[in-house]
Design a protein around this ligand. Structure first.
Ligand code: SER
Ligand code: ZN
Length: 513
């Protein structure tokens, strides 16, 4: 990798002439030290100059310490030299020009740009591909310090490899199958439930009103989960927040995958000023016209502060953020069904299996690697029992691309063949979609062992340095029921006794004339 940097430090006041000798020695030593430690590469401070309150530097390197790293070191070490002796401080640095040239494993299929760069030039010579990255000179010192330059370089090759392999690699291996079950219908379950007035579309995209009939079924399913998973395995219920600010999605890395094919959040904004005066004209307008002045309203709100809960568990982690867990509290086992989660489903109107406002139950566990794996295995067994035995569903378990990789921008951190860290989906056969072999089955639940990702992302530790892992699972009531009705239909005569045991009385649907 080749680097070339022109930059300058701003000094708190001009340096006296006699300081030049000290600076010369400093830079010579600095140069020599790097040359000694990185014998294979080349590093040189080509030039330095003091003019008024500016110290300009030109640094180049080939396969050695990159100049932006050097400049951070210089800032630290030189402050000592000139601060003590001449009482002059370094106010910070700015780039004038910074280029990085690096080889690429693959050629880019399409040109692209990146933030914080002013130009990317792709080159080819003797079949070898390379790129010259010109860093935007206005890049903030703070970003340089926190690794933005390294991430720019990595992002270039990540984007090229995405061009070659497509956005996400799909993985799908069936691990287990319930076998064929007795099916009572081949009709579209959404239409069946709509006709029976169990569910009704609202005016808003992919959102539904859930009648007392269907709500009773939701309650029954929840109770089944409690009796078969949460009670026997010692999980406690908790209410995780459903409004998620950026700080959470930055730590969970969801923010990096925003609308990149796995994370499609609803955004939340705030009023710029939450006062009657500020909104008076809006209120007047609505009162007079009975319409919403969208443009005017838009002027009075902030950019998004985050969004509505998407993957359910990330906001849980704010609870543990920066803390050290007592050994006696491990493992932590909780579940949450305290409110809907939201996904902006692109495309046209879908059925009840793909809703923007969904009611999910989240199962979350945290502990040592052994505890986490053990709980994950038990939850998996009990979920299988619920689907296969209690609900009598035709389902299969598949190993798939982990949800947190789908939802973040990354895709290569976990080897999905690894039998420990990864995600398993339960998928139900939907007869109305076609044959078992050719139709798409419906994902109704997942369970994952996530490893250290979340404890690390939210800086959570455990007493005695126990390594912390987490695991979680989610399933939506809408999906459970769509799958169930698509196999068993609406007639409760055809429903399993084990399920019916949880339904005292199914409320009669409200009838319309
Ligand atoms: N958080 C996981 C998901 O989004 C499990 O609920 O699928
Ligand atoms: Zn989760």
């Amino acid at each position: 990798m080749k680097h070339y940097l022109e930059a300058f430090f701003t000094l708190s006041s001009p340096l006296p002439e006699e300081s030049k000798e000290d600076l010369k020695n400093f830079f010579t030593q600095f140069d020599e030290k790097i040359q000694e430690s990185r014998k294979d590469g080349e590093f040189s401070i080509d030039d330095w100059k003091i003019k008024n309150s500016q110290l300009s530097l030109t640094i180049s390197s080939i396969d050695s310490v990159p100049p932006h790293v050097a400049i951070l070191r210089i800032r630290k070490q030189m402050a000592e030299v000139i601060g003590k002796k001449y009482r002059v401080g370094l106010r910070g640095f700015e780039f004038k020009k910074y280029t990085i040239e690096t080889e690429l494993e693959q050629e880019p299929l399409e040109k692209f740009t990146l933030p914080l760069t002013s130009k990317l030039t792709f080159k080819e010579k003797d079949g070898k591909h390379s790129v010259v990255i010109e860093i935007d000179p206005k890049i903030l010192e703070d970003f340089v310090e926190k690794g933005a330059i390294e991430r720019i370089v990595r992002r270039v090759s990540d984007k090229i490899s995405k061009q070659h392999y497509g956005a996400k690699k799909e993985h799908h291996d069936v691990l287990w199958y319930s076998g064929e079950k007795k099916l009572y219908t081949d009709k579209n379950p959404t239409q069946l439930m709509q006709k029976a007035n169990w569910i009704q579309r609202t005016n808003y995209r992919n959102q539904w009103l859930l009648s007392p009939t269907i709500t009773t079924l939701a309650e029954a399913l929840k109770q089944i989960m409690i009796d078969h998973i949460y009670k026997p395995l010692g999980f406690d219920q908790m209410m995780i927040p459903k409004l998620v600010d950026w700080s959470i999605w930055l730590r969970s890395e969801h923010a990096e995958g925003i609308y990149q094919g796995g994370f499609e959040p609803y955004f939340v904004v705030q009023p710029k000023e939450p006062t009657p005066e500020y909104f008076e004209e809006i209120a007047d307008y609505i009162t007079i016209t009975k319409t919403i002045p969208e443009e005017k309203l838009y002027e009075k709100i902030t950019p998004p502060i985050g969004g509505l809960s998407y993957a359910q568990c990330p906001p849980f982690w704010a609870f543990l953020e920066g803390k050290t867990l007592a050994k006696e509290s491990l493992p932590i086992k909780i579940y949450d069904w305290s409110g809907p989660t939201y996904r902006y489903e692109a495309g046209s109107a879908y059925g009840f299996e793909r809703v923007d406002e969904l009611h999910r139950i989240e199962t979350l566990f945290i502990g040592s690697p052994e505890q986490t794996k053990e709980i994950g295995e038990k939850v998996r067994n009990n979920l299988r029992k619920i689907f296969e035995d209690v609900l009598d569903l035709e389902v299969r378990e598949s190993r798939v691309m982990p949800w947190w990789l789908q939802q973040s921008a990354h895709e290569s951190e976990v080897d999905v063949d690894d039998l420990v860290v990864g995600t398993i989906d339960w998928e139900a056969y939907m007869p109305y979609r076609g044959s078992r072999e050719e139709s798409e089955w419906l994902e109704i639940q997942n369970i994952s062992i996530i490893g250290q990702k979340y404890p690390k992302g939210f800086s959570v530790k455990a007493e005695g340095n126990i390594e912390l892992w987490s695991g979680c699972g989610g399933g939506s009531f809408e999906r459970f029921l769509t799958a169930f009705i698509s196999q068993k239909g609406l007639d409760t005569k055809n429903w399993s006794d084990k399920f019916m045991k949880y339904i005292d009385k199914l409320p009669e649907p409200i009838k319309f004339h």
